[in-house]
Design a protein around this ligand. Structure first.
Ligand code: AMP
Ligand code: MN
Length: 271
């Protein structure tokens, strides 16, 4: 799940309250590139008797390709996180300035950076904040349209950044006591044979698992992903990628569990 610490709509404690209402027993908060929401989430979870799995979703590069790597069960107090988070925050701010520049060149209002920053508040700024800003400015009539026209793959606002290499991301997750899990493997526009190669390479580099269940994944894809995980002896995980109660494609606590009891990653995390 994502909170206002990155691009989610709810604060960490609001998320915990919603999770409790939905009878969720285990909840992983995995904000993009920041651990800033974890302390509040942990406090709220302890009070509510819910098990919080401290997490993060790290943006990283593998052969020039942007991948998202989840760290689950990490120790937020591991000293290495401070510098790593600061580096990511700087990358995001620099990228936001470049995105704004590109969008303004396309005729978007000049104050788009200020609008997107206001959407981000104290959270790590990302493309979803630009989508909300474009909607608020009346440039588009939905956030989806903002991605289709301005922010999605290959569009002006899809600005590349020098994210850390995935090997570094794997390393810090491991050193801080967590498991590294490739997020939403079906969302990288890869054929299954290329995905198999990618995951095999990542397994050599030391990832612990892959997400099998994620929004919009089909039953067939789940089968193929399970096979990849089995072949490479990787653990599996499932995530709702919950950002916003208004999103209709994923619901907190209503995301189907993967139909396999093998290697489920939360069994390996010390609660
Ligand atoms: P960022 O980390 O700033 O590059 O933003 C990535 C986030 O933007 C993802 O985690 C998604 O939540 C969202 N996103 C990316 N592509 C799309 C898209 N085509 N439509 C809607 N949301 C998207
Ligand atoms: Mn992601």
């Amino acid at each position: 799940m994502h909170s206002t610490a990155s691009d989610g709509a709810l604060s960490p404690s609001e998320l915990v309250a919603m999770a409790v209402d939905a009878s969720v027993e285990y909840m992983a908060l995995t904000d993009h590139d920041t651990l800033a929401g974890l302390a509040e989430a942990q406090q709220a979870a302890s009070e509510a008797g819910l098990t919080l799995i401290p997490g993060v979703e790290l943006t990283c590069l593998w052969n020039r390709r942007v991948l998202h790597l989840l760290g689950l069960g990490i120790d937020p107090d591991y000293p290495g996180w401070k510098d790593y988070e600061a580096r990511l925050a700087e990358l995001r701010i620099t990228r936001a300035e470049k995105i704004a520049h590109k969008l303004v060149a396309r005729g978007v209002p000049e104050n788009i950076l200020a609008l997107a920053s206001a959407q981000a508040g104290d959270g790590q700024i990302g493309r979803p904040h630009f989508a909300r800003a474009l909607l608020a400015a009346g440039v588009v009539s939905s956030e989806n349209e903002a991605f289709d026209r301005y922010l999605g793959q290959g569009k002006a606002g899809d600005v590349k950044a020098e994210w850390p290499d995935i090997v570094e991301a794997i390393d810090i997750i491991r050193k801080s006591g967590g498991f590294s899990v490739l997020a939403h493997p079906t969302k990288y526009s890869l054929t299954f044979s290329r995905l198999r190669l990618l995951v095999a390479e990542l397994a050599k580099s030391g990832i612990d698992g892959i997400e099998i269940g994620c929004p919009n994944v089909s039953r067939d894809q789940i089968g193929l992903l399970l096979r990849i995980a089995d072949t490479l002896n990787l653990k599996i995980s499932s995530g709702s990628d919950f950002h916003n109660p208004e999103m209709t494609w994923t619901r907190l606590g209503r995301f189907p569990a993967v139909e396999s009891d093998r290697h489920l990653i939360h069994d390996f995390i010390r609660h």
